[in-house]
Design a protein around this ligand. Structure first.
Ligand SMILES: [Zn+2]
Length: 403
């Protein structure tokens, strides 16, 4: 049971804590969510089905065309109803009439977050918002800009320092992965180009990719999109102001990013593919948005989506699919990927971006999967012995739980 990501003489580290062999997070943007639909979604997903997804929020809503979208300004109580780990930028400043977003809005937003005690670890860009970081970004994330004559200007749209101060460490990279089910695992060029090309063209593409690989810098990256590390669920990225954060892709497609499309993204056959892949999926959607064809329908969530969510909840509660907020999944991956094994000792090491000052409390609540060939195991965190661990046999593997 379980894919191995790190092998040593006495201990193997598994990709995910048993009994789970894959991990799914929902990364929904709050566009179009009214308080009424928010209540319907909360009741179905978090209360009835007990799906431990994370959610996202707008801090403020200045959108005149979706003027009744839920935001923290009017409804801060949404934060305590179920987990919210994602800020969908500083608020909705699209279609805001004559109102123009500036850094002052972000400063106010940061104060509001701090006043509410919320620390969002994830940032997702919104539509063509002027303060976006990567997706349709209109300005570089630098505090100053310069014109061709050398004059320097304050960049009123620069807020990356405030985004980091809010606690964000993971930024959606603006891409959607729709062809490969299961990130966080190596895929071959043949697997990568599946879905992008039909069978005969795919073979030609794989061969062409291989032959031209030595000239990678000269190739069109949109066409030759395969790289051996290209299916990672997160990766470090340096922004123009020098900030280093992690970026991550989401799984889905632009056309299926609403409550109707979610039914097909999470259909039982798709969930089976994820289980077989032994990988991860950070699913892209807008829970509060309907397809326009159902704009006036009496119910917000279509039957097919309810059935898909119900099936997913069964798979999760049966131990087949791990589910968590996006930040928890990404935190887990960062911690896992910085484990070092030495004999019978598991060393948790800091990374430079999320856990530069790693301490045992950062490990609390996390579980890891191990295959043990020794009865002893010691857990160390930056040189400090961690004693609050349970090692529990589960079939032929063990689950290490830190509390
Ligand atoms: Zn959005």
């Amino acid at each position: 049971m379980g894919r191995t990501v790190l092998k040593s003489n006495l201990i193997d580290l598994l990709a995910y804590p048993p009994p789970f062999s894959c991990w799914l997070a929902l990364c929904s943007d709050p566009d179009a969510t009214t308080f009424d639909t928010w209540q319907v979604l909360h009741q179905l997903i978090w209360a009835d089905l007990r799906l431990p997804f994370g959610d996202s929020f707008f801090i403020a809503n200045r959108n005149l065309q979706w003027s009744n979208q839920v935001s923290l300004t009017e409804h801060p109580e949404i934060l305590t109803a179920h987990p919210h780990d994602t800020m969908h930028t500083w608020g909705d400043y699209i279609f805001s009439g004559s109102y123009r977003f500036t850094r002052a809005d972000a400063e106010e937003g940061l104060q509001r977050l701090q006043g509410l005690g919320v620390v969002p670890r994830v940032w997702t860009d919104h539509s063509n918002f002027s303060g976006n970081l990567l997706h349709r970004a209109s300005t570089q994330a630098t505090p100053f800009t310069m014109d061709r004559s050398g004059h320097q200007y304050v960049n009123e749209l620069y807020t990356l320092d405030l985004i980091r101060a809010a606690g964000v460490r993971y930024v959606w990279d603006g891409t959607l992965q729709k062809h490969v089910v299961g990130q966080d695992r190596h895929v071959t060029a043949w697997q990568w180009y599946e879905g992008r090309y039909r069978a005969r063209n795919r073979l030609a593409m794989v061969l062409l990719d291989r032959v031209t690989r030595p000239f990678d810098k000269l190739r069109n990256q949109e066409i030759f999109s395969y790289s051996p590390a290209g299916n990672a669920q997160y990766y470090p990225h340096q922004f123009p102001d020098g900030s280093r954060l992690y970026c991550f892709p989401r799984f889905g497609s632009w056309g299926s990013g609403d409550i109707d499309g979610l039914g097909s993204l999470l259909a039982p056959a798709q969930v089976e593919r994820l289980i077989r892949s032994q990988g991860t999926a950070v699913v892209y959607t807008h829970l509060g948005k309907r397809h326009v064809s159902r704009r006036d329908a009496a119910t917000h969530v279509p039957e097919a989506t309810i059935q898909a969510l119900r099936n997913l909840a069964e798979k999760h509660h049966a131990g087949a699919v791990q589910i968590s907020p996006t930040a928890e999944l990404l935190d887990y991956l960062v911690l896992r990927d910085h484990i070092r094994i030495d004999g019978t000792t598991l060393h948790f090491e800091p990374d430079a971006i999320r856990f530069p000052d790693l301490a045992p409390r950062d490990l609390e609540g996390h579980s890891f999967g191990l295959r043990l060939r020794s009865r002893d195991i010691t857990v160390m965190c930056r040189g400090t012995r961690v004693r609050t661990v349970d090692v529990e046999p589960m079939g032929d593997v063990h689950r290490l739980r830190i509390h």
